[in-house]
Design a protein around this ligand. Structure first.
Ligand SMILES: Nc1nc2c(ncn2[C@@H]2O[C@H](COP(=O)(O)OP(=O)(O)O)[C@@H](O)[C@H]2O)c(=O)[nH]1
Ligand SMILES: [Mg+2]
Length: 208
């Protein structure tokens, strides 16, 4: 029998069919959009002009959705990426120099950092200005959000004779570090591999 000849209500009533397949999902995902169920959230944070938006585009592809936070004109771009087989929301935040906000952008990014239940914040910095940029890294490390340091623009740094030792920086800071060039798409796989460590597979629970 063809679907359109079937007497079952599911085809006639999309609401019913929606409810049907949703009932197979874990409880916390039920009632969410049937198109995309995000299984984690990662934000790209850092100063202006360090390559957050370019990295966001490289990670996600071209299409982005922009969300306006109520009462502000400041915007964050959001999209989904697949990491370790999971659909993860990725957020491109407005630039901030410090967690002590001086501008609307900084206030916005700070709020987002504390209110979004992030699985990870990737602190994007410019390899050419390492020492100046690490100040925010230390501030971010004092939050409850796990931090990965993404040292971007290594192509430009290398031209200036600056070589960043990823392992040494990792050992000194005690957080994962990735050197990359968003412009040349170098280091992107290493970054997503490190991101994957923060995207947890929910534990199965049994009640006997
Ligand atoms: N050479 C080079 N330029 C980059 C790199 N990443 C970003 N850019 C450029 O730096 C500028 C600022 O980047 P953008 O993504 O807008 O920075 P944001 O303000 O942190 O979002 C743009 O012109 C980018 O094309 C990189 O890895 N290498
Ligand atoms: Mg940007």
């Amino acid at each position: 029998m063809k679907c359109n000849q079937c007497p079952d209500s599911c085809q006639k009533n999309p609401q019913t069919s929606n409810r049907l397949w949703q009932s197979f999902l874990p409880k916390r995902f039920q009632g969410k959009s049937p198109e995309v169920v995000s299984q984690g959230t990662i934000a790209l944070v850092g100063s202006p002009n360090v390559g957050k938006s370019l990295l966001f585009n490289v990670l996600t592809g071209a299409y982005t959705t922009v969300s306006n936070y109520p009462g502000t004109t400041v915007e964050a771009s959001r999209n989904y990426i697949t990491i370790a087989g999971k659909t993860i929301t990725i957020i491109d935040t407005p630039g901030m120099y410090s967690l002590i906000p001086m501008t609307e952008e900084e206030r916005f990014s700070r709020e987002l950092l504390f209110k979004e239940s992030l699985d990870l914040a990737v602190h994007v910095i410019d390899a050419k200005n390492l020492s100046r940029m690490l100040n925010l890294t230390f501030q971010l490390m004092e939050t409850q959000v796990p931090i990965v340091l993404a040292v971007n623009m290594i192509d430009e740094a290398e031209k200036l004779g600056i070589w960043v030792n990823e392992k040494q920086l990792e050992a000194s800071l005690g957080i994962p570090v990735v050197t990359l060039s968003a412009a040349q798409q170098r280091g992107i796989k290493s970054l997503t591999a490190k991101m994957a460590n923060y995207v947890h597979i929910p534990a199965l629970s049994y009640s006997y």
